[in-house]
Design a protein. Structure first.
Length: 311
């Protein structure tokens, strides 16, 4: 069996239990965990995402990616707190179990967790929305982004981070390229600056493979929920994800190269024309003060239409 590359440099001879094909790196468990966190630190620095002097809000869903991100950031000494949006999805007790997972994680880390309860904020839940419209899944994303942004501003966080990983980024890049979706392509960067009422956003796990994140979560015994949303209708995305998996199988490292070379070589060309592709008519919602494409914003309109109550 191969020896751990990092033990070897310490003149030990521990066998490597873990092999990272994309990095051609054999590692023991201990060094996998330290490599994982150092690699995260390098991503944060390379893309100038945030510093240790800033307060960070981690969007936590209860899944392995966001809980891993929270744990690794805290281990690296970042001041990172959690925000969970309770969506009221009762199928398979999904929201309840997700909530338990994020609460257990907050307790383990000894960090504050903010919980937004959609029902009490808006007067309706995602299942309520689903009974009325087929677009509930994309609306769910809008609702989550809305609360992340407004809460981060209200509570004084400088940056919002999400658990999107390399597999997510590579497959959505493929989808956006196949459809020449220039608006997304020109903004597909792992950190977006604070502008026009939006708080800075970053995806610090953008260079980490999903498989490595799962391994980290398991080795650290994080209390994550393995099930994904029972209502999500990912018809097209898993297909692109599957295609990327097949490419990766043939040539390990493909996802990483595809994504990083895009950022380095192609994005600057699209980004030059960013203003032309952007929603130029962004306004401030007269009800809630959040940036939106129209006023009242979608969240305020939904609240009025479906919920009625609350502010
Ligand atoms: P997904 O689109 O479900 O893969 O989620 C992508 C990222 O969004 C996750 O890694 C989290 O950072 C964030 N997220 C998803 N669901 C929630 C939630 N209910 N509350 C807060 N953040 C969430
Ligand atoms: Fe939003 Fe499933 S998490 S619809
Ligand atoms: Zn080692
Ligand atoms: Zn609004």
């Amino acid at each position: 069996m191969a020896r751990c590359r990092l033990c070897r440099s310490e003149r030990e001879r521990t066998p490597a239990e873990i092999y990272l094909p994309a990095h051609r790196l054999p590692l023991c468990r201990k060094h996998f965990l330290s490599w994982f966190e150092r690699y995260l630190e390098r991503t944060i620095r390379t893309f100038r995402m945030f510093t240790r002097r800033e307060r960070i809000l981690v969007a936590v869903s209860g899944g392995k990616d966001s809980l891993t991100l929270w744990q690794a950031l805290v281990n690296l000494g970042y001041e990172a707190d959690g925000l969970f949006v309770y969506l009221g999805i009762e199928e398979n007790s999904f929201s309840l179990l997700s909530r338990r997972a994020v609460e257990a994680m907050a307790e383990r880390l000894g960090r504050p967790l903010h919980v937004v309860d959609m029902k009490s904020e808006l007067g309706f839940t995602i299942p309520d929305l689903r009974r009325k419209t087929r677009k509930y899944c994309s609306m769910c994303g809008t609702v989550k982004r809305h609360y992340l942004n407004s809460l981060a501003k209200r509570l004084g966080y400088s940056v919002i981070v999400t658990g999107h990983n390399l597999d997510d980024e590579a497959s959505s890049l493929l989808g956006n390229l196949l459809n020449w979706n220039l608006k997304y392509l020109s903004r597909k960067y792992p950190v977006l600056p604070a502008e026009r009422g939006f708080v800075r956003k970053a995806k610090p796990l953008c260079r980490h493979y999903e498989r490595d994140i799962r391994l980290y979560a398991e080795l650290r015994r994080l209390p994550y929920l393995a099930e994904s949303c029972p209502l999500s209708e990912e018809a097209i995305r898993p297909f692109y994800a599957e295609l990327m998996d097949r490419l990766e199988e043939r040539a390990p490292g493909t996802k990483l190269r595809f994504y990083l070379d895009y950022l380095r070589k192609a994005l600057p060309l699209f980004a030059e024309h960013k203003e032309e592709f952007m929603e130029r008519d962004l306004v401030v919602c007269e009800r809630c003060g959040e940036p939106a494409v129209g006023s009242p914003c979608l969240v305020c309109r939904l609240r009025e239409e479906f919920g009625g109550a609350g502010t």
